[in-house]
Ligand binder design. Structure first.
Ligand code: ZN
Length: 512
């Protein structure tokens, strides 16, 4: 009892007298108008086609990404948002890289062209080249020495660690109610940390990787071939590279079927040869850019506070980064369009932020943090004006609710705001945290930044592969998601209070 009494006193001291605790939904009139615009007059299809087919892939710091940035800024201008712009976020140590030409085929024992994807930041062949394939099976430093002096001019096949097993699971799925119920349970203190063991394995792995890279640079194989992806769809990934380093050797990802065919032939002692033409262009671009646009706030006291809507716009190369993460950008742009089209006048400013550099380490959102919110152990003026961030980066599935990032003070806000969107399927407020994308840049500091609970559809088998294209988008799901975001943004922009910084994060990491 005594403890409880002390807590109540502290709570009153902290929050009493200011409006931090208000939780007010926007009016049912606005709910109707937002739903009508979002569901009956959706522009999701147009935005989706523009961001995928027309903008193309958007690897961080590539010329393709620069092109896509200017296309999107012009599109945001068309929608009439305030001040659409692409702006510097952070330096990018890898530099720019674009695919110019990719061709790969097996020519011995017979001809067969393959669908492959060069690994980002890997080098080029000297025009069309032909070479003999050999297995390159290195698991330890000692293994590496067996190959010294033997690989020049050869095409090295790295054995796959994956085997193909027939999968009886459905290709796409939605959350079941049972699965969602589990997410409602608070798992603080019970979630297993995987870091201890993984960090040891990871360190050893990274050391060996470094040695292998040095070996390639010294021994000059013609090309390195990795198994990545299945169903004849290559995956997308990058090699380790820093701008200014010598160009790495050419390296391609090949799906396990084609790769496996050649590995099995080699293991039976048969001769395998390939021909390749891989041309990739490095550039001097050293910057990550974010795209911004606003619907300015209208309340003299609140207009400097920001409700941020975003997702990362960069993608891996190959495909068009549709599920990952044009989908997030489509939803956030469409949510802004709905509000703009309806002439909604937010009290707080609603800002769209399409991040760059997420795939290589959340560069874009970290750049935003350092420019406006927090740098060098100090809060910047924007920190206390940060009202909310909604992030989307889990493919194109329907929103089922949101992860509240262990900030209990957020519950009452979302409970108030969700009233009119529950019938759209937004029904689950999970106290849990979720990871893997840009909201974490802000939750690390306790800021109210959230990622949705979202049906995964066929995300797992498609993202980071060349089949992440327009076809992977569920336009009907995206339409509902955008309506939900528009509504939540309207509520957050006009609520007299706002979600406080998570006190547990602040207390555990006293930075301020
Ligand atoms: Zn992503």
């Amino acid at each position: 009892m005594k403890k409880l009494f002390v807590f109540v006193c502290v709570a009153v001291f902290l929050f009493g007298g200011n409006a931090a605790q208000a939780q007010v939904s926007e009016s049912p009139e606005w709910a109707s108008r937002i739903k009508a615009e979002g569901l009956n007059r959706s522009q999701v299809e147009e935005i989706a086609q523009f961001l995928t087919d027309y903008a193309g892939s958007r690897l961080t710091a590539s010329r393709q990404k620069r092109r896509a940035d200017s296309l999107v800024v012009a599109k945001l201008q068309e929608f009439g948002f305030s001040n659409p712009r692409a702006a510097f976020a952070m330096d990018f140590p890898r530099g720019g890289w674009d695919v110019v030409k990719t061709y790969a085929a097996m020519v011995t024992p017979y001809y067969c062209a393959f669908s492959v994807n060069p690994r980002a930041w890997s080098g080029s062949t000297d025009g069309l080249v032909k070479g003999e394939c050999m297995l390159f099976d290195v698991n330890t430093k000692e293994d590496l020495e067996k190959y010294r002096g033997k690989v020049a001019g050869k095409i090295l096949l790295i054995p796959s660690t994956r085997t193909y097993d027939i999968n009886f699971e459905p290709l796409a799925s939605r959350y079941t109610e049972e699965e969602l119920e589990v997410l409602l349970q608070d798992n603080r203190g019970t979630a297993r940390s995987r870091y201890g063991r993984m960090s040891m394995d990871y360190r050893a792995y990274m050391e060996l990787r470094q040695l292998i890279n040095e070996f390639y640079a010294a021994e000059k194989p013609l090309c390195v071939v990795n198994a990545s992806g299945s169903f004849n769809v290559p995956g997308s990934s990058g090699v380790s590279y820093k701008a200014g380093d010598p160009e790495p050797v050419p390296e391609i990802a090949m799906p396990i079927e084609d790769h496996g065919r050649m590995v099995r032939l080699l293991e039976k002692g048969r001769k395998v040869e390939m021909e390749l033409e891989l041309i990739n262009r490095f550039s001097d671009e050293r910057e990550v850019h974010n795209i911004y646009a606003e619907i300015p706030g209208t309340d003299p006291k609140l207009k400097d506070e920001i409700v941020l809507l975003g997702g990362h716009f960069d993608s891996w190369h190959g495909g068009t980064g549709a599920a990952d993460n044009a989908s997030g950008c489509i939803v956030m742009i469409e949510a802004m369009r709905i509000l703009k089209e309806l002439g909604f006048k937010p009290k707080r400013t609603i800002r769209l932020a399409l991040w760059g550099g997420e795939e290589q380490g959340l560069y874009g959102s970290r750049g935003y943090l350092e420019q406006f919110l927090y740098k060098d152990q100090k809060k910047l003026p924007g920190f206390d004006k940060f009202a909310l961030y909604l992030n989307m980066d889990n493919g194109s599935g329907r929103f089922r609710g949101i992860y509240l990032e262990q900030n209990d003070a957020a519950t009452a806000f979302f409970e108030a705001w969700m009233k009119y969107i529950e019938p759209l399927g937004f029904q689950y407020l999970s106290p849990r945290t979720t990871g893997g994308t840009d909201h974490q840049t802000f939750t690390r500091y306790g800021l109210p930044a959230y990622q949705f609970i979202q049906d995964k559809l066929e995300y797992g088998r498609t993202y980071h592969t060349v089949m992440d294209t327009y076809e992977r988008l569920s336009l009907s799901d995206l339409k509902v998601d955008a309506t939900i975001v528009a509504w939540l943004a309207a509520c957050a922009a006009n609520d007299p209070g706002r979600i406080p910084v998570n006190p547990a994060v602040e207390a555990a990491q006293p930075r301020f």
